[in-house]
Design a protein around this ligand. Structure first.
Ligand SMILES: O=C(O)[C@@H](CO)OP(=O)(O)O
Length: 228
């Protein structure tokens, strides 16, 4: 039975500071490092092992994966990094404080920006210090200026179908270290969650989630490794 483990990175410095992050490359906080190590120890203790690893091109997800694999004595496993697994781009909200925005525009609007299916945040200003156009890791791609969850799904799913699903069909055990919203995009597909219901899905940092899949890669079971 194909098994897929999803892992949201440990707490980042900007998670700690309660700032909208998206594609900005905020590294892990000390707590995030501890969460990642604990996740690796938990996976090893419960007997999990992997053949292939996938992550984004963002430091917090890559570093989480490395810390996990180090704890599992599996740093030698093949790792594929791709921008299509990046966090949803937070547009003009990037860098702002979430509580300050709630105080300014109200909790309802902030919830729409954070969790709605197809309403993107306002675009990033052309002269914003958070523009990534000159970042070498994004050479050759058009960096979005803002993304809704729907936009995120439109780049996460083709990557899953093209690169990850074939590995699962070959019987490889796969772990994906990624982000709250790139994983919500994937979970929406795997668990067949309706557009209106995806607003309720929250994914905690550093808690590995197991998907047991059938031959057609439909979810048979989904649980947190810590629960069983
Ligand atoms: O800031 C972000 O990029 C994300 C994940 O940390 O936040 P949110 O919970 O609002 O999707």
């Amino acid at each position: 039975m194909p098994t897929l483990v999803l892992l949201r990175h440990g707490q980042s410095q900007w998670n700690l500071e309660n700032r909208f992050t998206g594609w900005w490359d905020s590294d892990l906080s000390d707590k995030g490092i501890a969460e990642a190590r604990a996740a690796g120890r938990l996976l090893a203790e419960k007997g999990y092992d992997f053949d292939r690893c996938f992550t984004s091109v963002q430091t917090r997800a890559i570093r989480t994966l490395h810390l996990v694999l180090h704890e599992m004595e599996r740093l030698w496993l093949p790792v594929t990094k791709d921008w299509q697994l990046n966090e949803r781009h937070y547009g003009g909200l990037t860098g702002l404080n979430k509580q300050e925005m709630i105080d300014k525009v109200g909790a309802e609007q902030v919830k729409i920006w954070r969790r709605s299916f197809d309403i993107p945040p306002p675009p990033l200003d052309a002269d914003s210090p958070y523009q990534l156009a000159g970042d070498r890791r994004y050479a050759g791609i058009t960096v979005p200026q803002s993304e809704s969850l729907k936009d995120t799904i439109e780049r996460v799913l083709p990557y899953y179908e093209g690169e990850i699903a074939p590995a699962l069909r070959r019987g490889e055990r796969v772990v994906i270290s990624a982000h709250g919203n790139s994983l919500r995009a994937l979970e929406k597909h795997l668990s067949n969650i309706a557009d209106a219901d995806i607003v309720g899905l929250e994914i905690p940092t550093g808690q590995p989630i197991v998907y047991e899949l059938d031959k057609e890669l439909r979810a048979i079971d989904r649980f947190y490794v810590s629960e069983r």
